[in-house]
Structure formats: C-alpha cells, structure tokens
Design a protein around this ligand. Structure first.
Ligand SMILES: NC(=O)CC[C@H](N)C(=O)O
Length: 374
C-alpha cells in the first residue's frame, strides 16, 4: 500500500505503508540510534512526534515483551528506510509490522531517510503528515501546515499515570530477565510521572530506592505528606513551558527535599528556578551525543531525546551549568548552589544508549544521604 509523508514546508516523500493504515500528524524528528527501536517506540517522551530512524534497516531483531519503556508505543508515526519482515532473534515474538498494527501506529518505509534528515537539519524539525488515505501531496502539505505545532501544547497529560503506584522491578539480567533487588531499600523516592521511562525506575530501585510514582499534577503538599527522602522529576513529551502546574509544584518543593530531574524534568526544574527554555532547530535524538562534565576533561557519551533546551543566559547566578553538549554547546545539566537540586538534559538510564552517565543515580543517593532528616 502506498503512503506519503508531507512536511509543512512543502517537501514530500513517497513510500510504502506498514503498521496501521490511516492518517496522522506530528512533529517530524530523527533518531540516530542504531538499535533500540522498541525502547524508542515505547518512550512516552515521543508522544506527538513522527520519528525517523537514520539506521537503514529497522525491525531486524523483531519485537520482544521485555525491551519496553512503558506499556505501549507513544509516538505518532514511524519512518524507516527498510522495515525488516523476517526478524531473527531468540527473544523475538512478532514482527515490527505486526506490533505497530496491534497498537494502531502508522509506519512508512521506502523513504530516503538520508534526504529527509538532511532536510530537517537544514530547515528544522516541523509538523508533518503521514497518510495512506489521502495521496494528494498538495492536500497533505496543507494539512501539515494547519495541524497544531508541538510548541505550546501540554502533552504530559496524555501520558502521565492517573493514579499513584509503587515500583519494585530492578534491572534486566541475561539469566533471569527483570528481577527484584535483594535487601531493604534505604531511600524513599517519590517520582513525578511526566511520561516516565521504566529504566529510570529500574535504576532507582537498583540504587536502593523505594519508589512511588505519582501523576504529573500531584500537588507539592501531597508529595511532602508522603515524607520522601528525595523527589525525582521524570522525562516526558513536548514543550515544557505550558506544563505550568508542574513548574509551580517544583517551586514549592525546592529546598524542602533533594530533587533530581531528567530531560523534561530538567527543563521544568530550570523554569521553576526562573530560567527559560526554547525549541532547538532539530533536537538531539540518539545514542552518541558527547557531553562535557564540569570544566575538566571528562566527556561522557550519552543517550538523548529532546527537542527543547534550557537557555543558559536565563539562569540565575545560583544555578550552575554542570554539563554542556560538545556538538552545539547547549546546556546538558544544571545544579543549584544553595538548595539540593540537580538535573540533566540527557538520559543516564540509557535504554537505548551508553551507560557513561550512570553515576548520576549515585549522586542522587548521596544527595539524599546528606540531606536525610534523622
Ligand atoms: N525525553 C524528554 O524528556 C524530552 C523533553 C522534551 N519533551 C523535549 O523534547 O525537549
């Protein structure tokens, strides 16, 4: 079946449909990870986005029930050069095509993804439409132009949990799969779910935390009533600016309990501290983004997935930029000098990606230890 991807600026790509048929709009972005498509599909941070994979063949190790970052895919559409119909892996249970059909996600293959990515790099990430029902390029470009932009929309409400829950699953292991962690947890953590990835929760459990996940709009007072040792601010989709209730809650929590934020959590913390965010031209999405830690020679290779960033100029004197992206000098981490709060724009939990930044979970533990009230 034919399918078309049309961008708001008029560029059109013809391809073949896989996954579910239909029509969707979303912010067209690209991810340069060579593996990890299942984790990418199920990362709630991609809600509202049409994701292009730069690696030319996707789906070759199939779909297994373990490599998921949430219970279902969240992205709007999936763009690949070649979708592999004959996966080979001992854990594979179904093809990518069958999985996307099951979850009603549109895929388009046979796209010159190199040309698409170069176009996005030159002209910026923008709204696009994938369709199998309307094959008129002019009509699709017009639909892409009229579709809502990712800027200014609160997508957190679409993905956050509705009720609090307790998380106990630890990291994956070849022999046993995901396992519980032995021993009594030492630190009570409340994790705000702005679209949280499971591997963050698994890493917190592995670091010795008793983790309760709460909905994104849980009032600060309610969180404080639970008397946690630390509060985690999760990753999540879309523009941080309209998520004002979270910014307000974070403002109220600052200085009361140690705070650790990742990605959207980092952006929301920055806004709560008086900073601003802005939309990057085409974002950072992939598993090999170099980040410099502090002023020294330490460089981490990191997993990233974001389209917005914190404006360094907007930060107060009390907020230190702790990490910088070596590709474009954007802010990758911050730390408050007076109250216990720090955050990173990238993903120390990887999944998919390198584990260089795993030490950040230990830093959160240390911060909770230093601030523990007897
Ligand atoms: N992974 C994330 O949390 C992404 C943060 C935010 N949605 C962005 O695109 O910048």
């Amino acid at each position: 079946m034919k399918a078309i991807l049309a961008l708001a600026d008029g560029r059109v790509f013809h391809g073949r449909a896989f996954g579910a048929p239909g029509e969707v709009y979303g912010e067209v972005v690209f991810n340069t990870s060579m593996t990890g498509y299942q984790e990418i599909l199920t990362d709630p941070s991609y809600a509202g986005e049409i994701v292009t994979m730069t690696y030319p063949q996707i789906g070759n190790y199939g779909i297994n029930p373990e490599d998921v970052e949430s219970s279902q895919p969240h992205l709007r559409g999936f763009v690949v050069k070649e979708n592999c119909s004959f996966p080979s892996n001992w854990r594979s249970r179904m093809t990518l095509d069958a999985y996307l059909k099951e979850h009603n996600i549109l895929g388009i293959e046979g796209i010159d993804t190199r040309a698409l990515v170069r176009h996005i790099r030159d002209h910026g990430a923008q709204t696009g439409v994938i369709s199998t029902t309307d094959l008129d390029p002019d009509s699709l470009v017009e639909k892409a132009r009229r579709a809502p932009s990712i800027v200014g929309r609160d997508l957190v409400q679409e993905v956050s949990c509705k009720q609090p829950y307790h998380w106990t699953e630890g990291p994956w292991d070849l022999e046993e799969g995901y396992r519980e962690v032995a021993g009594q947890p030492q630190y009570k953590v409340v994790a705000y779910d702005f679209g949280i990835k499971r591997n963050i929760l698994r890493n917190l459990v592995a670091a010795g935390c008793d983790v309760t996940v709460v909905p994104a709009d849980t009032p600060a007072a309610e969180v404080l009533k639970m008397n946690p040792d630390g509060i985690f601010l999760s990753n999540g989709p879309g523009d941080p600016e309209p998520v004002t209730y979270a910014q307000e809650n974070i403002r109220q929590l600052l200085g009361k309990k140690p705070l650790f934020g990742i990605c959207l959590g980092h952006q929301l913390l920055a806004i709560a501290l008086g900073g601003r965010t802005y939309k990057l031209k085409f974002g950072h999405r992939g598993g090999n983004q170099p980040v410099r830690r502090g002023d020294g020679p330490n460089v981490e290779i990191t997993a990233q997935n974001h389209g917005f960033a914190v404006d360094a100029e907007s930060l107060s004197d009390e907020t230190v930029v702790s990490h910088v992206n070596l590709n474009d000098n954007t802010v990758e981490g911050l730390r408050h000098t007076r109250v216990p709060a720090f955050s990173v724009q990238y993903h120390p939990e990887a999944s998919p990606g390198p584990h260089d930044a795993h030490y950040l979970f230990d830093e959160f533990i240390q911060l909770m230890k230093d601030n523990k009230t007897p």
